[in-house]
Design a protein around this ligand. Structure first.
Ligand SMILES: [Zn+2]
Length: 279
């Protein structure tokens, strides 16, 4: 087996394990619980889950999606997240080859997935993801810079610091203006922490464009899908329509991964189109 194939295999297995850990983070951090202790238990019969039932994806399949103690069904979300993270890690190793960049791509994508899930389900962006992400990106940018070899995705250390400030600052300005205009909180502080992480990965220019891309995605999804469904439900149940909250992180995080992978191409295209260099 050559080095690249071995790296992809190793990353797939690692990714499945991190996916399993991501499930724990997503379900415990929003509730303010530790992700280290206690060991996983069934929420109904409190039976402790042995390691062999906790094997990513296969544990769930062998149990047929049910607790072995009380037959409480276990959400399919768990194996799906494990599988998704395994694929993200495999894809990162495939794209970047063996080395630090594969680890950075995989870690960044995993964090963004975790943030998308917690923001969608609980309207929170846990500090566990963002503080770790910011430190990880700054430290690895220095290591990559000192080693002299880095792919086209992540920015060097100084630009990472500018990016963190620009990302958090830009979304804070939008939130502040939105609050003045709408007379209610328009942006959570979590969005600013998320954009600090995004800026540290992709630098100021691509981070600011991420916000516009996410706003376009969010507006489309909410105006075309979420609001009409909520409106129809309210009508059927004879309630007054109340606009559901927009968890902006759900759109910022995937947009950031898109800008990391394709932002340069987008900027180049936009620059040619507008006749001004954007990079
Ligand atoms: Zn049980």
């Amino acid at each position: 087996m050559d080095v690249t194939a071995f790296t992809i295999l190793a990353f797939t297995l690692l990714g499945a394990c991190f996916g399993s850990f991501l499930n724990v983070c997503v379900s415990r951090w929003p509730a303010g619980l530790s992700v280290v202790r206690p060991a996983s238990r069934c929420p109904k019969c409190e039976r402790e889950i042995p390691w062999h039932e906790n094997v990513p994806v296969f544990g769930w399949l062998r149990l047929g999606g049910k607790c072995a103690g009380c037959a409480l069904s276990i959400s399919i979300e768990y194996p799906l997240v494990e599988l998704s993270v395994a694929l993200l890690w495999a894809g990162s190793a495939y794209m970047a080859g063996p080395g630090l960049d594969a680890l950075r791509l995989a870690t960044f994508a995993t964090l963004m997935l975790g943030i998308t899930l917690t923001d969608a389900k609980h309207y929170v962006i846990p500090d566990g993801f963002t503080v770790f992400g910011l430190i990880f990106l700054l430290v690895t940018s220095v290591i990559a810079f000192l080693n002299g070899a880095s792919g086209p995705w992540f920015v060097p250390p100084i630009e990472a610091v500018y990016g963190a400030c620009a990302g958090a600052g830009f979304i804070a300005i939008i939130g502040w203006l939105g609050e003045v205009a709408l007379k209610k909180e328009a942006m959570g502080f979590g969005d600013a922490t998320l954009m600090a992480v995004v800026g540290a990965a992709i630098g100021p220019t691509r981070a600011i464009i991420t916000v516009f891309v996410a706003a376009a995605l969010g507006a489309t999804a909410f105006l075309c899908v979420v609001y009409p469904i909520a409106w129809m439900r309210a009508r059927q149940q004879g309630r007054e329509f109340e606009a559901p909250l927009v968890p902006f992180g759900v759109f910022l995080a995937p947009a950031a991964v898109g800008m990391l992978l394709a932002g340069d191409a987008l900027l180049q295209w936009g620059g040619t189109y507008l006749g001004v260099p954007l990079q």
